[in-house]
Design a protein around this ligand. Structure first.
Ligand SMILES: [Zn+2]
Length: 326
């Protein structure tokens, strides 16, 4: 079905985003398709059930995943879920099945998130992955953020990938798991890759991975800055995403982009999301990143991220990665 094609694209694109991953270098994968993952999750009771707030994460080690350190894997799942729960105010799915596939290497590689028959994630974990690899992993948090927003038509994949790309490091920073400077390093290095090239059109319909991931992330960053400015820091794109998550139930729902934007705007009492979408959907949306980063007071000097707390929107930059108020 169409969604299977879509998730294949998601998985492949994550491989490209990771940059160091040779694309689809892993051995032939019996869990490549969503149907196989759902079947595996249904056929066996979970090896572990983690409860996070009122949500349940059922972890299944595919084929027993011999050689994997299960305690380490489960601690990492909990840490990742905590980051996502911090951002969304709760874990964004009531129940998710997580299929952990063991690989013969030392990495955590591509994950894929599914929603067409319940919420499920598949992730590949190397048997020789060490503590640093688990500590620095971003892929599982990225996948878990995909649970939060509804599935939109494939031509607007940028909305979902941009959301995960934007939220993942922020969620980890808000949970105290990542230095805010690393959030901005990721942003400063990555976001220029989302700019339209001469033959690019709008974000809707684009097939370019840089546009999908980083053009999408720039969309959410701009919306975040604008909502915080209008509300003097009272509300943010986080407010909007939390509301969209609660209203939709997450990626099991199929929504139009207009529905997503309307629900987000309703939550903040503004029009930033709808207006920004109208601006970027069909026309190339070159973002003046130099000005935006200067206003936020963030830049790179000699390979180091530097903050300027006198910049006009330095307070917005600080707010974005600050732990949410209780
Ligand atoms: Zn993704």
């Amino acid at each position: 079905m169409a969604l299977s094609t879509k998730v294949s694209l998601l998985a492949a694109a994550v491989g490209v985003l990771a940059a160091s991953s040779p694309l689809l270098a892993q051995s032939p994968d019996k869990y490549a398709e969503g149907d196989a993952i759902y079947a595996a999750l249904r056929q066996s009771p979970p090896d572990a059930r983690l409860t996070i707030g009122g949500s349940e994460i059922d972890v299944l080690f595919a084929d027993g995943a011999p050689g994997l350190d299960r305690a380490r894997v489960l601690a990492w799942v909990r840490t990742s879920a905590t980051a996502v729960s911090t951002y969304f105010g709760r874990f964004p799915a009531q129940r998710v099945g997580l299929l952990v596939v063991a690989e013969d290497d030392d990495r955590i590689r591509t994950g894929t998130t599914f929603g067409y028959a319940g919420q499920a994630i598949r992730i590949h974990v190397g048997r020789r992955a060490d503590a640093d690899t688990f500590h620095s992993d971003w892929i599982l948090v990225h996948e878990m953020t995909h649970l939060a927003l509804p599935t939109v038509p494939r031509r607007s994949l940028w909305l979902q990938e941009g959301e995960a790309t934007y939220v993942e490091p922020i969620a980890r920073a808000q949970a105290g798991q990542l230095d805010p400077k690393e959030v901005w390093r990721w942003t400063l290095v990555g976001m220029p890759k989302g700019q339209p090239k001469s033959d690019d059109q709008g974000l809707d319909g684009t097939h370019a991975w840089g546009r999908i991931y980083w053009g999408g992330a720039a969309f959410w960053l701009q919306a975040d800055v604008r909502i915080r400015q209008r509300t003097h820091g009272r509300l943010s794109v986080q407010t909007a995403m939390q509301a969209i998550n609660r209203k939709s139930g997450g990626n099991v729902a199929d929504w139009s982009v207009d529905q997503v934007m309307a629900a987000g705007d309703a939550a903040t009492g503004g029009t930033e999301l709808s207006e920004l979408y109208a601006q970027v959907k069909d026309a190339p949306d070159r973002v003046d990143l130099d000005t935006l980063f200067a206003q936020l007071g963030v830049g790179m000097q000699d390979g180091q991220v530097v903050f300027d707390d006198k910049a006009p929107l330095a307070w917005v930059r600080r707010q974005i990665t600050a732990p949410p108020k209780a």
